[in-house]
Design a protein around this ligand. Structure first.
Ligand code: PEP
Ligand code: MN
Length: 346
């Protein structure tokens, strides 16, 4: 079978509901998916990893039965769902699923990824590996390597953002530099973006999707539901099939020519995105500084506290060494940021 995630000049678009909820819901989505040539595969959750207990945890095997009915009705329709246990892989095979993904709460655990890799060994399933919830590129690479070592050759990576102390207004902090580094290390591995799990809000799906295409991602995985407001999971971030079509219409295609974009052009685009991110973070830092200034004034504290400044500088100098940045450069940068911070606190 040809590879589902081959890199070519058209982005791979995967769409479908967060969770399979009913036969009718799956049928309704499948009908719009088969009519949309830009969508290459339909997704749905069968077993849902919920952060807190008590929510809808997926329909389980009956959802796979509906999926099989979809396959009978639309033989060319490709289907994928999340697996978290070896038994899930067995069931997916039994019901003719084409591809599976390993979720962010699973790719973080080498033991479970190892078990899944063994279950996937020798199967025709294509596999997508979501980034682990923690911003650790080695864990992500390690999960991909475990699947590769099991002999799976159709693998893609999915960037769905990271859980950090402050997610800066996103549901999951994108930390674009991590997937960009993954792509640099694994240029042959298709990289898909999951803009809805990054943004967590309908209005952020399109801009994040565009950002991913501008960064030369190879595709998108998007949640769509016939009635998003009443979805049993992730209702705030799902869009209707019509809205999905409008979004696909609105996306600017990657600029492609016969020889492909030059490396220089691609890297410069990446730098532009990182520069914008640096400024956005600086803006956020200064806003916090302003609030700190207000508190200091209210408590009659001096704006400049040498002990605190020494702590900040020491921490940054240590981080500079750890990251391999020139310490003098980081000292100057930190001093500049600090003096601007003192200015806005006044
Ligand atoms: C999902 O795709 O529905 C999902 C649960 O994703 P993640 O593992 O990224 O949270
Ligand atoms: Mn979801």
């Amino acid at each position: 079978m040809s590879k589902l995630f081959a890199i070519n000049d058209k982005p791979t678009i995967i769409a479908g509901p967060c969770s399979a909820e009913s036969r009718q819901q799956l049928l309704a989505v499948a009908e719009s998916v088969v009519q949309e040539p830009r969508i290459s595969m339909m997704r749905f959750g069968v077993w849902k990893p919920r952060t807190r207990p008590g929510g809808f945890e997926g329909m389980g095997e009956p959802a796979l039965q509906w999926a099989k009915e979809l396959k009978d009705k639309y033989p060319s329709l490709r289907l994928c769902c999340e697996v978290a246990r070896p038994e899930h892989v067995e069931l997916c095979l039994q019901y003719g699923i084409d591809a599976v993904w390993i979720g962010a709460r699973t790719s973080v655990n080498p033991f479970i990824v190892g078990e899944l890799a063994e279950a996937l060994r020798g199967t025709p399933l294509a596999v997508m590996v979501k980034n682990p919830i923690t911003p650790d590129i080695s864990l992500w690479l390690g999960a991909i390597e475990r699947i590769q070592q099991a002999g799976v050759d159709d693998i893609a990576a999915i960037h769905r953002g990271f859980s950090t102390y402050n997610n800066f207004g996103y549901r999951n902090n994108p930390l674009w530099e991590i997937p960009i580094e993954l792509k640099r290390r694994l240029p042959e591995m298709p990289l898909l973006c999951d803009p809805r799990h990054i943004g967590g809000r309908r209005d952020l799906v399109a801009p994040l999707a565009q950002m991913a295409l501008d960064l030369h991602y190879d595709g998108l995985i998007v949640e769509c539901h016939p009635d998003p407001d009443n979805a049993l999971t992730d209702s705030a971030q799902q869009i209707t099939p019509d809205e999905l079509r409008e979004m696909l219409d609105s996306l600017r295609p990657r600029t492609y020519n016969e020889t492909g974009p030059s490396d220089l052009q691609r890297m410069r685009e990446q730098l532009d995105v990182i520069d914008a991110e640096i400024l956005r973070l600086l803006g956020q830092r200064m806003n916090i500084s302003k609030d700190i200034g207000t508190i200091k004034r209210a408590h009659n504290m001096p704006i400049f506290q040498p002990h605190r400044w020494q702590q900040v500088l020491d921490r940054q100098m240590q981080a500079a060494t750890d990251i391999g940045l020139d310490p003098e450069f980081v000292r100057e940068l930190t001093e500049k940021i600090h003096s601007e911070s003192l200015r806005v606190q006044k």
